[in-house]
Ligand binder design. Structure first.
Ligand SMILES: [Zn+2]
Length: 297
C-alpha cells in the first residue's frame, strides 16, 4: 500500500520541482529533454541558370598586304546616255508634189539649231525636230573634223512660211521673165517655180525633218554645190546620220524636182542606210525616197 502511494506522489513531486525550476529561469541544465523545434526548411531559391559563356570565335587574322589602300578619288557623274529613237510615222510620211500635208500640221518637238551650236545662214533661228537636230549636230561635228564646214540655209518651214516662200519664187520668175523681155503668165511662173519649190502643204520642210545645207564656201542653193567638197562629203556620208537626198541627180522625171544636192531629209539611220544600200543615188536606179517610203506603207 505505501509503495502505491509513493508511486503516486513521486511523479507529482518531480513535476512540481521541474515547474519551479522553469519559473526561476534556471540556467542550469534542464533535465527536461530538449525539444528541438524544427525550423522551416526554406524553399530553395531556384538558382539562376548560368548563361552559357559563348565560346569566343577566333577573330580572323588579317594578313597585311604590301599594297597600300588607294585613296578613293571622286567619280564624275555618269552621263545619261541619249537613247536613239527611230523616226515616227510623221517622219516617214510621203510628201510629194501630189501628196501633201494638212495646213495645220506642225511638229511639236522642234528645237533650235543655234542652241545646238549648228551654224545657220545669217544666224537665222532655224529649227528641226529633236532627233533630226541631234543627228544633224553630230553630222556637222564629224564633217568639221574632216575639214568640211557645213551651214544650214533653211530647215523647218510652217505652212504659212512655205506659202510666203513659194509666192516669192513665183514673183521672181515673173519678174525675171519680164526683164528678159519674155513675160510669162502666173501659171507659167508657178510651173517654173514648181521645179525647185513646193506649193504650201507640199513641202517636206513642213515635216520639221528636212534641211537645206550648204557650206561657208558656197552659200547659194545651186546644183553645182554637189561638185564641191562639202557636196561630195554629204553625198558619201549623210546617210550615216539618218539623212537622205530627196531629189538626187538625174531623177527629176521620178521626183518632179531638179537635182537638189542641198535638200536632205531625215528618216533615221536604219532607213537611210538601207536606202543608200539600195543604190538610190545612182541616176540609173529607179529607187527614190518616195519609192522606198511607199514600200513601208
Ligand atoms: Zn529644201
Amino acid at each position: 500500500m505505501r509503495l502505491l502511494v509513493l508511486a503516486c506522489i513521486l511523479p507529482v513531486a518531480v513535476a512540481f520541482s521541474a515547474a519551479a525550476q522553469l519559473r526561476a529561469g534556471s540556467a542550469g541544465t534542464s533535465f527536461l529533454p530538449t525539444r528541438v523545434i524544427p525550423t522551416a526548411t526554406p524553399t530553395p531559391t531556384p538558382t539562376a541558370t548560368p548563361t552559357r559563356t559563348p565560346t569566343p570565335t577566333p577573330s580572323p587574322t588579317f594578313t597585311p598586304t604590301a599594297t597600300p589602300t588607294p585613296t578613293p578619288t571622286p567619280r564624275p557623274p555618269t552621263p545619261t546616255p541619249i537613247v536613239y529613237k527611230g523616226p515616227d510615222a510623221a517622219a516617214l510620211a510621203i510628201v510629194t508634189k501630189t501628196q501633201g500635208l494638212p495646213p495645220d500640221y506642225a511638229p511639236t518637238d522642234l528645237v533650235s539649231l543655234n542652241d545646238l551650236g549648228i551654224p545657220t545662214y545669217n544666224n537665222d533661228p532655224e529649227q528641226l525636230r529633236f532627233q533630226a537636230a541631234m543627228d544633224l549636230a553630230e553630222m556637222f561635228a564629224v564633217a568639221q573634223r574632216d575639214g568640211i564646214h557645213l551651214l544650214v540655209r533653211s530647215a523647218y518651214r510652217s505652212y504659212a512660211v512655205q506659202a510666203a516662200t513659194y509666192a516669192q519664187f513665183v514673183e521672181e520668175e515673173m519678174r525675171a521673165a519680164e526683164q528678159a523681155g519674155q513675160p510669162i503668165t502666173r501659171e507659167e511662173a508657178e510651173a517654173r517655180a514648181n521645179r525647185y519649190s513646193a506649193r504650201p502643204g507640199y513641202s517636206q520642210h513642213q515635216l520639221g525633218t528636212t534641211v537645206d545645207i550648204t557650206s561657208a564656201d558656197a552659200t547659194d542653193l545651186v546644183p553645182d554645190f554637189g561638185r564641191t567638197p562639202a557636196g561630195r562629203w554629204l553625198h558619201d556620208n549623210a546617210h550615216k546620220f539618218g539623212f537622205v537626198f530627196s531629189y538626187p541627180e538625174g531623177k527629176e522625171r521620178l521626183t518632179g524636182y531638179i537635182y537638189e544636192p542641198w535638200h536632205l531629209r531625215w528618216i533615221g539611220r536604219g532607213h537611210a542606210e538601207m536606202l543608200y544600200a539600195l543604190d538610190y543615188l545612182n541616176p540609173e536606179s529607179p529607187m527614190t525616197l518616195d519609192v522606198y517610203l511607199q514600200g513601208l506603207q
